[in-house]
Write a protein that binds this ligand. Sequence first.
Ligand SMILES: Nc1ncnc2c1ncn2[C@@H]1O[C@H](COP(=O)(O)OP(=O)(O)OP(=O)(O)O)[C@@H](O)[C@H]1O
Length: 232
Amino acid sequence: MVKVDIHKAGYDQGEPVIRQVHFQINQGELVGLIGPNGAGKSTTIKALLGTIGFVEGQVQFNDTYAYIPEQPVYYDELTLWEHIQFTASICELSEEEMNRRVKPLLNIFRLKNVVHQYPTSFSKGMQQKLMIVLAFLTKPSLYIIDEPFIGLDPKAMKDFLRLLDQERQEGAAVLMSTHMLDTAERICDRFVLMMNGEVIIQGTLEDILNAAGTRHATLLDSFEVLMERTVK
Ligand SMILES: Nc1ncnc2c1ncn2[C@@H]1O[C@H](COP(=O)(O)OP(=O)(O)OP(=O)(O)O)[C@@H](O)[C@H]1O
């Protein structure tokens, strides 16, 4: 669904922030992008999206994608419903299809009663749900999600993961950056672990536990071992 071959990328020309980031995500896969603060996860996502100063290399998308940012982005002057209509019109969805897709989402995320309100008046979690609803509305073949677990209440998080699972069963792929390693360990098929702007290891949980020599430990334990090893 996406093949990433980034040699260098950064915000200012001549000052790369990430180097040699190579991975791919196949149909139905959920790949966790993990690493400490400043490792280059968001920069990698921005390089994929092409919203960064420069990228040397190539990112090949197979089909459509949706991006769910960590910080919600919306139009101050549009209501929630107008955001939905705007997104549906960009994706050329019929009104019938838009309603069919969006109604269950508004119910699940308990936004039905605020559809005619402006997201400026929403809580952070509600704004995040708006981003999620718009992404699911477009039914992309790839979801790119930056730290989804901060701000969502436990029920919303559970519902979000369930919907994502359904999409994956229909073939969608997911790239998710997160610090919530216990959740990541439970839900991801594979991991790309970054540090200092580079990928230090990628693979399944088993690959990572093996590489760290921590076979019966958790992703977090292995993450710490691998990070320490890289610093030394
Ligand atoms: N807009 C920017 N301009 C210049 N440098 C930036 C910018 N945003 C991030 N950086 C730098 O890029 C490096 C990687 O940052 P990035 O935001 O990609 O890390 P991250 O892994 O997403 O971290 P976190 O877990 O804290 O979100 C850091 O050294 C950071 O200072």
